[in-house]
Ligand binder design. Structure first.
Ligand code: ADP
Ligand code: MG
Length: 496
């Protein structure tokens, strides 16, 4: 599988300036592993009853448990566990008995002074995610944990360093999170973006998350290192935080890789750090040297029993899983004899069922793909598969011009009517062949000088006059002539 697309080094830089370390002509490869945090789509929090909802007034969706008040006890949310299992099964993970652990740290965004997470016994271990290119990215684990509150640093540039004071909103504290950790199998910013896109589609497909990066329900920590092409070992990585969109993910990885290459090529080692991405400056800056697991003093959460899902329940969840994006891609690609990557746009938009049904109704696959990709980017609305197939037939028979096809399609999306009904109402009756020939002949007769120029002209002149005659015919037929038919008639009359 070494020649599959997307594998190997996609982004390679020569190291610009000569230095003391690697030779100046060293070519570098990026190595990327992502930790994706997905907020799970439950009604209530992971261990308590207050709402899991975005956008409320600060500190309104709270309760004694998520505020860590003395004497409270966590109660595990069964639906959060089910969603975590759905994701695990979709990634081909082993769903295993797991243990919650306390991860201790002292930030004001966590009133208990610890976060309940999973450590050495996560609920999902192993697995993989296949990208549209066919490349398979390994999954280390996908574990359950609670989200923290959100701090806002005031009176400075938004960083704690220069803030006058900080505000904290606990609405998010205790919201269920699934942290999905990839192996360092990604080799370029583009591939990292593909991975997040595919993972997001999978989370959406199984109903585990709303995947809204702009609302923070999907957050990415990006680990990146560089190494000389051909090196067997990985370099030292940095972890980038605060990446809030796919676009920033790509930019942050580019910037960080270049920074590391610059250092290594002058003989300076990269130190393992957690770095903050600044969207405005387009740079990363050091937040802290990387914590070790011992810094968090993990220990098993004494207030929760180990989580041991009934295997019959897990099998029921497996049986109820919908078709995954990868499966949908392969299904559509198989039917039309295309590469899965070629149809991924359609499956990402969820329009593959429509495509399959239209093809089954007899429409040419290439035309179906074309319309879905070019004309249905905003959704297919009320459009039916039979309607789409019929429209494609009318287009192929030249009964509608390409502009008319677009107009008719837009109306079908709105109303769900058949193309014949819409075309008739719009007055888009194609001009009958005989009638069109008569119009063309009349216009040639009315413009003898232009016609002579068309027949005698060189390529450019000829083209210009063809445009003139087509325009006249279109005007005479109120735009209802088929452009291809007009061109054919003109060519026929000119004897070419
Ligand atoms: P930690 O527990 O310290 O966060 P992990 O081993 O869990 O460390 O790795 C975290 C992430 O870093 C994973 O997504 C992994 O793929 C990625 N990673 C590990 N080593 C490297 C490396 N040398 N370069 C880039 N990414 C790496
Ligand atoms: Mg980590």
């Amino acid at each position: 599988m070494s020649d599959r697309p997307g594998s190997g080094a996609d982004v390679i830089w020569a190291a610009g300036s000569p230095g003391l370390g690697a030779p100046a002509d060293t070519e570098w490869e990026m190595v990327i592993g992502l930790e994706v945090h997905a907020e799970l789509l439950t009604r209530s929090k992971l261990f308590s009853g207050s709402p899991n909802a975005f956008g409320g007034e600060p500190n309104t969706n709270i309760d004694p448990v998520c505020m860590g008040l003395p004497g409270t006890l966590p109660v595990l949310n069964r639906h959060a566990v089910e969603l975590a299992i759905r994701v695990g099964l979709s990634l081909g993970s082993l769903v295993q008995p797991s243990v919650f652990a306390r991860k201790n740290y002292f930030y004001p965004d966590m009133p208990k002074d610890y976060q309940i997470s999973q450590y050495d016994r996560p609920i999902n271990v192993g697995g993989s995610l296949e990208l549209p290119t066919g490349k398979v990215i390994g999954i280390v684990r996908a574990h359950l944990e609670e989200d923290t509150g959100k701090t806002t640093h005031m009176g400075g540039a938004g960083r704690i360093d220069d803030a006058a004071y900080s505000l904290v909103d606990y609405n998010r504290a205790g919201v269920p999170l699934l942290e999905i950790v990839s192996y360092p199998d990604l080799r370029s910013p583009a591939e990292a973006r593909e991975y997040v896109t595919e993972l997001r589609s999978t989370l959406l497909a199984v109903g585990a998350s709303d995947g809204k990066m702009e609302e923070g329900s999907l957050r990415v920590d990006a680990n990146v290192s560089v190494r000389p092409v051909g090196a067997g070992e990985f370099g030292t990585r940095c972890e980038i935080k605060n990446v809030n969109s796919l676009r920033s993910l790509g930019r942050a990885l580019e910037y960080e890789a270049r920074r590391q290459i610059r250092m290594l090529s002058v003989g300076e080692p990269v130190t393992q750090q957690t770095r903050h991405w600044n969207e405005d400056t387009g740079r990363t800056s050091a937040l802290r040297t990387k914590e070790e697991a011992t810094d968090y003093r993990y220990f098993p959460e004494p207030d929760l029993v180990p989580l041991d899902p009934d295997p019959a329940w897990v099998e029921r969840i497996r049986a109820e899983l919908p078709l995954l994006p990868r499966e949908r891609r392969h299904r559509l690609a198989g039917l039309i004899g295309e590469d899965p990557a070629r149809v991924s746009l359609v499956t990402e938009r969820g329009q593959d069922d429509l495509a399959l049904a239209a093809i089954e109704a007899g429409a040419a696959p290439a035309a179906v793909l074309k319309h879905l990709e070019q004309n249905l980017a905003d959704g297919s609305g009320e459009l039916t598969a039979d309607g789409l197939a019929e429209l494609i037939g009318m287009e192929a028979r030249g009964e509608l011009t390409s502009n008319q096809v677009k107009d008719v399609l837009a109306e079908m999306v709105r109303t769900g009517e058949s193309p014949a009904t819409v075309a008739r109402r719009a007055g888009f009756e194609a001009v009958a062949a005989g009638e069109l020939a008569a119009v063309v002949d009349r216009i040639i007769a009315e413009h003898p000088e232009e016609w002579r120029r068309l027949c005698a002209g060189d390529g450019r002149e000829r083209k210009k006059m063809q445009g003139f005659f087509t325009g006249q015919v279109m005007r005479a037929t109120k735009g209802q002539a088929n452009g291809r038919d007009v061109a054919a008639l003109l060519a026929d009359r000119a004897g070419s």
